[in-house]
Design a protein around this ligand. Structure first.
Ligand code: KG4
Ligand code: ZN
Length: 334
């Protein structure tokens, strides 16, 4: 398996990539639909599917062209089959199946979350055992990996995902969707003056909870509105971010200690958070300097097909192929 064409369409990005030997990106085309969803304050599934239909063929052509690869050079087609929006996933899956069938190529089904972890492999080789902190709009998980393609979820959110909390709080602050990046930028201009709770931080497990923080935030804003008090937006952002980052960092570092890992990977859309990147790196350097910390570059933290190609390469190596009856699995877990 030398050259893989990879397709990602699980949410609001249509993306197609060509990956060489699992670790080199020859092309990675990402067509974002965010502008279309902004006015609704979130991703509208029907709108997402429609956009994927419009974008997918062009993205495939562009990925092959900019990689300067001929269809006959390809060895396989990797595609996200879950988790995600069913209609959105089906567009990518149908495109992948059709392309694989027409060109007599094997079809490699890939879990979107495995893809997020494998984005780290474009930065440096994985060193097992490793821990991955997966933080996105739909997931917050600590995943232990003792070898390639083997995932054990040792902790996860009991309610909202970290990215979801950012987006919901952003809405209350009047920011546009998705608001993680903007809150992150504001947080750097403010200070943690409101001291929100750090849920489950001291508990002896690796689970998370962000809905209490979200409620505390909303209550503070509503009470201030009723009393006619002014809150300082950058301090609100900083206080919220400090709470999220504190909890994520504390639990992740403890998981790395308990599981005696050699590497920590931070992945998913929220891994783009500057506050989180800086805090985890500095605490790990102090507490566990022997553990390698790998964070993908910003463009590979959000949804993209390159990461699907990287994870697909490992699946193919393990002989995990699928027939043309491959179906979308919206609730797929690792
Ligand atoms: O992985 P992703 O692109 O899509 C999913 O699979 O969910 O993650 C999107 C999430 C959104 O909730 C967005 O607000 C959040 O990642 N996000 C951030 C930042 N950049 C994106 N959250 C915090 N800080 C950021 N800099
Ligand atoms: Zn994602």
């Amino acid at each position: 398996m030398h050259l893989i064409l990879a397709i990602e369409s699980s949410c609001d990005e249509t993306s197609v990539a060509v990956i060489k030997d699992g670790v080199t990106i020859l092309s990675n085309i990402v067509a974002s639909q965010i502008e279309s969803h902004k006015r609704f304050g979130g991703v509208v599934p029907e709108v997402a599917s429609r956009h994927h239909v419009e974008q997918i063929i062009g993205c495939m052509e562009e990925a092959l062209e900019s990689a300067d690869v001929d269809v006959s050079d390809l060895d396989g087609v990797a595609v996200t089959y879950g988790p995600g929006l069913v209609g959105a996933l089906l567009i990518g899956i149908t495109a992948a199946k059709t392309f694989a069938w027409a060109n007599n190529l094997p079809l490699i089904p890939v879990n979107h979350m495995a893809g997020h972890i494998y984005a780290a492999r474009f930065v440096e080789e994985m060193t097992f055992p490793l821990m991955a902190l997966l933080v996105s709009g739909g997931h917050t998980e600590l995943v232990y990996m003792k070898e390639h393609g083997h995932y054990e979820i040792i902790g996860e959110t009991r309610d909202d995902a970290a990215g979801e909390a950012y987006d919901k709080v952003g809405r209350v602050m009047g920011l546009s969707y998705p608001s993680g990046k903007e809150i992150d930028e504001m947080a750097h201009l403010g200070a943690d003056t409101y001291h929100f709770p750090r849920a489950m931080m001291k508990e002896d497990n690796f689970d998370f909870s962000f809905s209490g923080l979200k409620s505390a935030f909303i209550n503070l804003v509503h009470n201030a509105e009723q009393r006619g008090e002014e809150l300082i937006p950058v301090d609100l952002a900083a206080s919220f971010q400090h709470s999220v980052v504190d909890v994520l960092t504390t639990k992740t570092v403890r998981a790395c200690k308990d599981y005696r890992v050699n590497q920590l990977i931070i992945a998913g859309g929220v891994a783009a958070n500057q506050g989180l990147r800086e805090k985890i790196k500095s605490v790990m350097a102090d507490d566990l300097p022997q553990v390698k910390v790998t964070v993908p570059p910003l463009n590979l933290c959000g949804d993209n097909a390159a990461m699907i190609g990287a994870a697909g390469f490992i699946e193919a190596k393990k002989g995990h192929f699928s027939g043309l009856d491959l179906n979308a699995k919206p609730g797929l877990s690792l």
